[in-house]
Design a protein around this ligand. Structure first.
Ligand code: SIN
Ligand code: FE
Length: 293
């Protein structure tokens, strides 16, 4: 029995979730567990199967992504008709994912906004990157150029591998243990550094102290090879034709193998949480002994 993964037998993108189900889902996600929906699949229409191939990538971006704010598709190449079909498919995943989150967690609705949806057709094992970008090392998500100011990163994933390959993750220890272990090693932000990073265009908006600590936590985890080997963790294979969700800024995770996955990022403002005291912002503020936003 897994401690970090909670399974639910839902098989619809718009489930009629009763109050106990919502409670169970919120409890699991906000504790940093992964919610696994083995009976829910993202269905590709027959002719869409052709998009499960790295050849649609423009060769520069890691993923093909759909930006709901602008309605544009990035990272893909092909003729106009193909690109329109590709975009329609990713946009459908975007809508279904947001519908799922809204149906399971109605309390989140007024506080969330959908960010990018992506299609990842590259095999995990073949991605070659620097240690900082190496997502096969346990980490929590934090991005250098995109400060969140405490907003949460909830992600919906769908394995659509046509040959039945699982997407294998390692899932690490819970955030309170993780934060306690690493916090003493994290350097405090330098006065003035946030303004400088914004001025230089390194960050899109000012990096808050919270973003600073999250980024340093992400890096400290990935840089520590002993931690990578010895940290409490479990391996889990998400089946082809399944969906899972987690707060990826809280759940320690690493992608070990697999190919062909959709991912939707949902940003949630902290007041939307059922219990904000369990989130990374509250936990890091307790350790720092001060406000971080
Ligand atoms: C990640 O979010 O770190 C990668 C997830 C994946 O590619 O399965
Ligand atoms: Fe990640």
């Amino acid at each position: 029995m897994s401690r970090q993964i909670v399974s639910l037998e839902l098989n619809r993108w718009q489930p009629a979730a009763d109050a106990p189900t919502t409670q169970q889902v919120a409890d699991a996600l906000e504790a940093g567990q992964v919610l696994y929906l083995p009976r829910l699949a993202f269905q590709l229409r027959g002719e869409e199967q052709r998009f499960l191939d790295p050849r649609w990538s423009d060769g520069r971006a890691k993923n093909i992504s759909h930006d709901p704010a602008t309605g544009t598709l990035k990272g893909a190449r092909g003729n106009r008709a193909d690109l329109e079909d590709l975009q329609a498919m990713v946009a459908r995943f975007h809508r279904q994912s947001l519908g799922l989150v809204g149906a399971l967690l109605p309390h989140y609705l007024p506080h969330l906004h959908g960010a990018r949806a992506s299609l990842r057709t590259m095999a995990v094992a073949r991605r070659k990157t620097s240690w900082r970008k190496d997502d096969s090392r346990l980490h929590v998500d934090a991005f250098p150029s995109r400060p969140t100011h405490g907003e949460r990163i909830l992600r919906v994933f769908a394995n659509v591998n046509p040959r039945g390959a699982e997407r294998v993750w390692r899932v690490g220890e819970a955030f309170p243990q993780l934060a306690e272990r690493f916090f003493p090693r994290l350097k405090a932000p330098l006065p003035g550094s946030a303004a400088l990073l914004a001025l230089l265009g390194i960050t899109k908006t000012r990096r808050s102290p919270y973003d600073h600590y999250m980024l340093h936590l992400h890096d400290a985890m990935k840089a520590d090879l002993k931690y990578q080997r010895e940290a409490p963790q479990e391996r889990f294979g998400f089946a082809a034709g399944s969906v899972w969700l987690c707060f990826s800024d809280q759940t320690s995770h690493a992608a070990m193998s697999g190919q062909h996955m959709f991912e939707q990022t949902v940003h949630l403002a902290v007041p939307g949480l059922y219990d904000a005291s369990r989130g990374p912002l509250a936990i890091l503020e307790r350790l720092a002994g001060r406000k971080l936003i």
